[in-house]
Design a protein around this ligand. Sequence first.
Ligand SMILES: C[S@@+](CC[C@H](N)C(=O)[O-])C[C@H]1O[C@@H](n2cnc3c(N)ncnc32)[C@H](O)[C@@H]1O
Length: 235
Amino acid sequence: MEELNKKSDNVAAMFNSIAAKYDFLNHFLSLGIDKLWRCRLVKQLAKSNPRQVLDIATGTGDLAIQLAKHHKSVNITGVDISENMLSIGREKILKRKLEERINLKQANSLNLPFADGEFDAAMVAFGVRNFEDLSKGITEIHRVLKNGGSLYVLEFSMPSRFPMRNLYRFYFRRVLPFVGGIVSGSKSAYTYLPESVFAFPEKEKFVEIMANAGFKNCSYKRLTFGVASIYVGSK
Ligand SMILES: C[S@@+](CC[C@H](N)C(=O)[O-])C[C@H]1O[C@@H](n2cnc3c(N)ncnc32)[C@H](O)[C@@H]1O
């Protein structure tokens, strides 16, 4: 457990150090496509008309803000381990006058400070690959969902075909660490990014992890040549 906490501390410290540059780099390095992917997730999730939604690894709150704008009757709780990411998120929420509907809290996804069955839906964008114990994190999300509630996960995935697969590898191995390192001042954070992406058990493997955590009807949809995927499962 101590080792797990240590990994969480390292991840939190890394995101604390890049928080100020995170939004800029995110949109710049993805050429803005990350916004379209979040939009896809939000539209899919809003169809079930949820009232209480949990945004795990909310970071600077982009996904929570997009959902609040798209779906006017939803309340969102965002959690993250990095206080610096959250404080940028809080500023953005205040600026958009969404503070009545989005509440950000510092918490580890492995030990969520919520009762069983508290949320109608949960969502995670680019967060699960950072969990120190993926199965435990997904099981914990399952616990806080109501019966019938769904989990939506957006995460990078590896395109299966040439030439996208080769371009993807080159971009993540060479371009991201170089540009991200220079702009953020943290080369290690942008070396960690491709490592965590390549190590993530994606596609059918992640679907299996969701199913083992108790989720039903698990599936995934590839986005933009398979560069990212949205996974869905229900409780
Ligand atoms: C790549 S950012 C994604 C942020 C946001 N969801 C987005 O779409 O931009 C990953 C976030 O996961 C958070 N994180 C990593 N491990 C976590 C954990 N165990 N519990 C809660 N948050 C975690 C990090 O602090 C970071 O803010």
